[in-house]
Design a protein around this ligand. Structure first.
Ligand code: NAG
Ligand code: NAG
Ligand code: NAG
Length: 674
C-alpha cells in the first residue's frame, strides 16, 4: 500500500515536472540570440523581401545597383524586447559588418537601416529617401512602431536636395532623424576620424541598448582598424523607444536606391537580447567581400576611355595649335587686303618686305625716330640686289590711312634727284610700311655733327654748298614744279639723306600731314620740329610753303655754321647770325670754325644772307624757293638783309613744349606728349 502511494507520488512528480518543463521552455523563448557568420544556407532563417537576396558566396545583399529598388531582410522569428515583469524595453545588442558599393565614386544612394519593426517585412515602403522603411503617407505616424538606425548616404530628405550625405541617424516612426551624426570613429588618442560609408570597404557596427539606463550606444568603424574603438560615436538616452516597442518585434535591415544607387551588403550579423553583448563576429570567417570587379571594370573602362579621350583631345589640340601657329605665321606674311588696297600699283607685298628685312630683324634697323623705325632691306630680283629702306610706322589712328595711302600713291609719283624716291607702301594690320630707295651715306645731321664718316674730315665747304642747293632744288620741286603743291612740314638735317654722289635727298615729305589729319584732328597741335618751326606755326599751326622756307633758312644757317638751331637756353641760331650780320665783326664769324679757312667767302656770305632772309619772322618777307635757288645759284643778287630779331617779334615756343627743347625733338615726340 505504501508502495502504491509512493508510485502515485512519483506520478504526480512526473506530471508536475512535465508541466514544469514546458513552462521552462516558454520562459526561455523570451530571449533571443543568433549569429550569422555569413548567410550561406540561412535562407529559411530570414524573411527576404523586394530586392534582397543571399548571394552564392553567402552575402546578404539588400539592394543591387539598380535605380529605385528597395529590399528588406528580417530575422524570421519575432523577438521579445519587453521585460516580462514590468513591460519596459530590455537591453539588447547587435553587431554587423556591411559594405556599400556605389555605382560611381560620387554618386551612391540612398542608404540602409537597422530596424525594429512589428512586421518581418515593410509592405508599401518606398524607395530612395524612404529607405524601404516607410512611405510618404505613413512617415511620422506613431502607429508605425518602427525604430531605425539609418546609414544615410544622400543628404536632404524632405527638400529632396540630393547632396552627398554620410551620416547615422536615429529614427522613431519617421525618416526625420531625432539624432544625427556624421560618420566617424574615435581613434586611440580620442581624435574623431571621418570616413565614408560608400568607400566600398567592410564597416562594422555595434548597437547596444541598455535597458536600465535607456541608453543607446552606436560604434561604427572600418574593419581594417582591427579592433573596436572604445568610445562610441553615439551614446544617447532614448526613452522614446518605450513607445515604439511592442510585445513582439522583428529585427532586420531595409535598404533602397533612387536615382542614385549603391549595392548594400551585410556580410555577417549577430544579435542578442539581455545584457550579454551579441556574439563576436569572427571576421576571418565572414564570406569574402562582394566582388567589386563589375564596378572596377566599369571604373577602369571609364578611366581608360577618359585617358583615350583626353589623349585624343590633347593630340587634336596640339595639331590645331600647330596649324594655328603655321597659319598665324602665314598671316603675318600674307596680308588680308581690303578692296581699295587692290588697285594701288605701288603696293608691296608684306611677305616680300618681311623676307627682305629678315623678318624686321633688329640688326636691320638703320634709323628710328621721326615717324617710325627704318629697316634696311634687300630685294633680290632676277638680275640684281635692290637695296631698300623700309619705314615702319604705326599711325595713331587708322582712320586716316586710306586717305593717306591715296596721298602716298601720288607722292610715289614724285620724281626728283633731290628727293628720296618713295617706291611704294604696304599696309599690314595697324602698321603702315613705306618703301624708299636706300640712301647709303646716312642723314645730313650725322654728317654735320657726328664723327665724319667720309674722308675722315669735317664736311667740306663745297659739299655743304652743294647740299644746300640740292635741298633748295628739291623743295622748289615740291612747292612749285609738281602738279600739286606739296608742303614738306618737317625740313631738318635728319630728314636729308646724302647719297654716294654727296647729293642731298629730302625724305619724309608730306608725312606730317597724316598726323595732322589722323588722331589729332580735334586739337591744333603744331607738327614739326622745335627750332625749325616758323613763328606763325606756333601761333596758328598753319603750314605753308613759307613755313617750309623758314625751316630751310634755319637748315641753311646750320649747314654753314655747324650749330644746332637752338640750345637749352634762349639761343636761337637765326638771331645769333643776325647779331654777327648787324654787328661790326662781320657775318663770317658765324661760319663753322672747324672749316678754318677752307671755305669760299663769297659763297658763305651768300648762304648766310639767304638763310637770314628765309628766317624772317614775317612770312611775307621770306623769298619763295624759286628765288632762294636763284640767289644760291648766283642768278639773282641777294637783297639787303634788314635787321630783325625773333625775340622782339616774340618768337617763342609753346610753354608746354619748352621742356623737350634739348636736342632734336621730332614731331613724334610732340605727338606723344598729347
Ligand atoms: C545558418 O545556417 C547554417 C547552416 O545551415 C546553420 O548551421 C546555422 O545555425 C544557421 N544560423 C542561424 C542563426 O540560424
Ligand atoms: C524592470 O525589471 C528589470 C528586471 O526584471 C529591471 O532591470 C528594470 O530596472 C525594471 N524597470 C523598471 C522601470 O522598473
Ligand atoms: C576565427 O576564425 C579563424 C579561422 O576559422 C580561426 O583560426 C580563429 O581562431 C577564429 N578567431 C576567433 C577569435 O575565434
Amino acid at each position: 500500500m505504501g508502495k502504491a502511494r509512493s508510485m502515485v507520488k512519483l506520478f504526480f512528480l512526473v506530471i508536475f515536472l512535465q508541466i514544469l518543463v514546458p513552462a521552462h521552455t516558454a520562459t526561455s523563448k523570451t530571449s533571443t540570440e543568433f549569429i550569422f557568420q555569413g548567410f550561406n544556407g540561412n535562407q529559411s532563417e530570414l524573411e527576404l523581401e523586394g530586392d534582397s537576396t543571399i548571394t552564392p558566396n553567402g552575402l546578404l545583399r539588400l539592394t543591387d545597383r539598380d535605380s529605385d529598388v528597395a529590399g528588406t531582410a528580417f530575422y524570421d522569428k519575432p523577438v521579445r524586447l519587453l521585460d516580462n515583469t514590468n513591460s519596459t524595453v530590455g537591453s539588447f545588442s547587435t553587431s554587423f559588418v556591411f559594405i556599400i558599393i556605389p555605382s560611381s565614386s560620387n554618386n551612391g544612394g540612398f542608404g540602409f537601416t537597422f530596424t525594429l519593426s512589428p512586421t518581418p517585412d515593410r509592405p508599401d515602403a518606398e524607395t530612395a529617401q524612404y529607405l524601404g522603411l516607410l512611405n510618404k503617407e505613413d512617415d511620422g505616424d506613431p502607429d508605425n512602431h518602427v525604430f531605425a538606425v539609418e546609414f544615410d548616404t544622400v543628404q536632404g530628405y524632405k527638400d529632396s536636395t540630393d547632396r552627398i550625405g554620410n551620416h547615422i541617424g536615429l529614427n522613431f516612426n519617421s525618416l526625420s532623424s531625432d539624432v544625427q551624426e556624421p560618420v566617424a570613429y574615435f581613434d586611440k588618442e580620442g581624435h574623431k576620424e571621418d570616413f565614408q560609408l560608400t568607400s566600398g570597404e567592410p564597416i562594422q557596427v555595434f548597437i547596444d541598448y541598455d535597458g536600465p539606463t535607456k541608453t543607446l550606444t552606436i560604434t561604427v568603424y572600418p574593419t581594417r582598424l582591427g579592433s573596436r574603438p572604445t568610445t562610441p560615436l553615439i551614446s544617447q538616452r532614448v526613452p522614446k523607444l518605450q513607445e515604439i516597442v511592442q510585445e513582439e518585434m522583428f529585427v532586420g535591415f531595409t535598404a533602397a536606391t533612387g536615382d542614385k544607387s549603391s549595392a548594400h551588403y551585410v556580410m555577417g550579423w549577430s544579435f542578442s537580447t539581455g545584457r550579454v553583448p551579441a556574439a563576436t563576429l569572427n571576421l576571418s570567417e565572414l564570406p569574402a567581400p562582394p566582388p567589386n570587379r563589375a564596378k572596377k571594370r566599369r571604373f577602369n573602362k571609364e578611366i581608360i576611355s577618359l585617358i583615350v579621350s583626353l589623349t585624343t583631345v590633347i593630340t587634336i589640340m596640339l595639331v590645331l595649335s600647330f596649324l594655328l601657329l603655321i597659319y598665324k605665321r602665314r598671316l603675318n606674311q600674307e596680308e588680308i587686303l581690303e578692296d581699295w588696297e587692290l588697285d594701288h600699283p605701288h603696293r608691296f607685298r608684306y611677305k616680300e618686305l618681311f623676307n627682305a628685312t629678315d623678318g624686321f630683324n633688329d640688326n636691320r634697323i638703320i634709323g628710328s625716330g621721326g615717324f617710325g623705325t627704318v629697316y634696311k632691306g634687300s630685294i633680290t630680283t632676277t638680275d640684281d640686289d635692290d637695296q631698300i629702306a623700309v619705314k615702319k610706322i604705326t599711325p595713331n589712328s587708322i582712320q586716316g590711312v586710306r586717305e593717306f595711302v591715296a596721298e602716298i600713291e601720288s607722292l610715289g609719283r614724285l620724281r626728283h634727284k633731290n628727293l628720296v624716291n618713295l617706291q611704294g607702301w604696304c599696309k599690314h594690320g595697324n602698321d603702315l610700311l613705306l618703301i624708299y630707295d636706300y640712301i647709303p651715306n646716312g642723314s645730313l645731321d650725322s654728317l654735320l655733327y657726328s664723327k665724319p664718316r667720309l674722308c675722315g674730315a669735317v664736311l667740306t665747304w663745297n659739299a655743304r654748298f652743294q647740299i644746300a642747293k640740292g635741298i633748295a632744288s628739291g623743295l622748289l620741286y615740291l612747292h612749285e614744279e609738281w602738279e600739286k603743291i606739296v608742303i614738306h612740314r618737317d625740313v631738318k638735317p635728319s630728314n636729308v639723306l646724302i647719297d654716294d654722289q654727296m647729293n642731298p635727298r629730302l625724305g619724309d615729305f608730306g608725312l606730317a600731314r597724316l598726323y595732322e589729319r589722323g588722331s589729332l584732328s580735334h586739337t591744333t597741335v603744331v607738327v614739326g620740329t622745335i627750332g625749325y618751326m616758323a613763328p606763325e606755326l606756333t601761333r596758328n599751326g598753319n603750314s605753308s610753303s613759307a613755313s617750309d622756307v623758314f625751316a630751310f633758312g634755319v637748315l641753311l644757317l646750320e649747314i654753314v655754321s655747324g650749330r644746332k638751331p637752338t640750345d637749352s637756353g634762349s639761343f636761337f641760331l637765326a638771331d645769333w647770325v643776325m647779331e654777327m650780320h648787324a654787328g661790326g665783326g662781320g657775318v663770317l664769324r658765324a661760319v663753322d670754325s672747324r672749316l678754318g679757312s677752307g671755305y669760299d667767302e663769297g659763297e658763305a656770305r651768300l648762304a648766310l644772307a639767304v638763310g637770314l632772309l628765309c628766317c624772317h619772322p614775317k612770312r611775307g618777307s621770306r623769298p619763295a624757293m624759286r628765288m632762294v635757288l636763284r640767289y644760291l645759284n648766283g642768278d639773282e643778287d641777294v637783297p639787303e638783309v634788314e635787321v630783325y630779331s625773333h625775340s622782339s617779334s616774340r618768337y617763342s615756343v609753346p610753354s608746354d613744349l619748352k621742356e623737350p627743347l634739348k636736342g632734336d625733338i621730332s614731331s613724334d615726340a610732340l605727338l606723344q606728349k598729347n
